[in-house]
Ligand binder design. Structure first.
Ligand code: C2E
Ligand code: MG
Ligand code: MG
Ligand code: MG
Length: 272
């Protein structure tokens, strides 16, 4: 048996046995530390107790064209968690879910996401989607399409379809792709997420210039900006000084199990 089919079999088993865990990382308004929402981050818990990071298994699933399964499973879990919290009267939404770019080649993906959400009674403003541009293969994993116009077009179609279904969309990992400006020009993203790569380098003169002008551009385009990987007060000061209002990172909190995320939300409500 080759590596591929072994991974595919164990991933399908993991789906059936509820071995995917979703953690929630708080996103905050850095001016007030008021909760803005959370990003859903998936983990794969193996039988032997080890936990696989998405940075390791998502690219592998992408190569095999299995991310549709993953993303729909994550959306299902997130919608159930939102619904359960609502029924118990706990604060929870909005939650943003990462999408693999391979959805761009699958028709009706946006509609099927909306159907999953509707089955759980999750409203449009409670769910949003993060789109990156790192994946570069077709759904069946055969053909490299990298950054072709074709791929960009499909990506824009997906983004447009999600907006058409009434969802907010975020451009994830901004600055790390090769055609982000073109995508920004064509797609009315609601949110721009500054990649941790740049946030970590705040203080370097060239980085500071790039960040200042990127935040300015996003604001002029009417987008909200969320900084990823915020870890220090110095970073927060720089970001707020340059009108980046929202942040996510270990300074505030790492990704949390849903119960702890609810506790974090309640803690804030208690303090105000
Ligand atoms: P991402 O969307 O850019 O998610 C942010 C990553 O940065 C997360 O890693 C998070 O735990 C980590 N992080 C957050 N704050 C900090 C910080 O202050 N410092 C540092 N050093 N790291 C921080 P994670 O959970 O390992 O996820 C890695 C990537 O895997 C994500 O990057 C995302 O692209 C992908 N991913 C995660 N969950 C899913 C999913 O459900 N579906 C898909 N398709 N991809 C996912
Ligand atoms: Mg993300
Ligand atoms: Mg990101
Ligand atoms: Mg990132």
């Amino acid at each position: 048996m080759d590596y591929r089919s072994e991974l595919e079999i164990s991933f399908r088993e993991a789906l059936n046995n509820n071995c995917l865990n979703v953690l929630y990382q708080p996103q905050v308004d850095m001016r007030t530390e008021e909760p803005k929402g959370a990003e859903a981050l998936v983990r794969w818990k193996k039988e032997d107790g080890t936990v696989l990071s998405p940075a390791y298994f998502v690219p592998a699933l992408e190569k095999m064209g299995l991310t549709t399964l993953l993303d729909e499973a994550v959306i299902g879990i997130v919608c159930r968690d939102i619904c359960e919290a609502k029924q118990n009267g706990f604060p929870f939404s909005p939650v943003s879910v990462n999408l693999s770019r391979l959805h761009a080649v699958r028709r009706n993906a946006a509609k099927s996401f909306r159907e999953i959400a509707e089955r759980c009674g999750v409203e449009r403003p409670e769910l949003s989607f993060e789109i990156t541009e790192t994946a570069a293969q077709t759904e069946d994993g055969t053909e490299e399409v990298s950054e072709t116009n074709e791929e960009d077009k499909k990506m824009m179609l997906l983004a447009g379809a999600l907006k058409g279904e009434g969802y907010r969309i975020a451009m994830d990992d901004y600055g790390m792709g090769s055609s982000t400006l073109k995508l920004l020009q064509e797609v009315p993203f609601d949110i721009l997420k500054l990649d941790r790569y740049f946030v970590r380098r705040i203080g370097d003169p060239r980085t500071d210039i790039i960040l200042a002008s990127t935040i300015g551009m996003a604001g002029a385009l009417g987008m909200e900006v969320i900084a990823e990987g915020v870890e220090t007060e110095k970073q927060i000061r720089f970001l707020l000084d340059h009108r980046c209002r929202y942040g996510q990172g270990y300074y505030y909190s790492g990704p949390l199990p849903k119960e702890e995320y609810i506790r974090w939300r309640l803690e804030y409500e208690k303090d105000v």
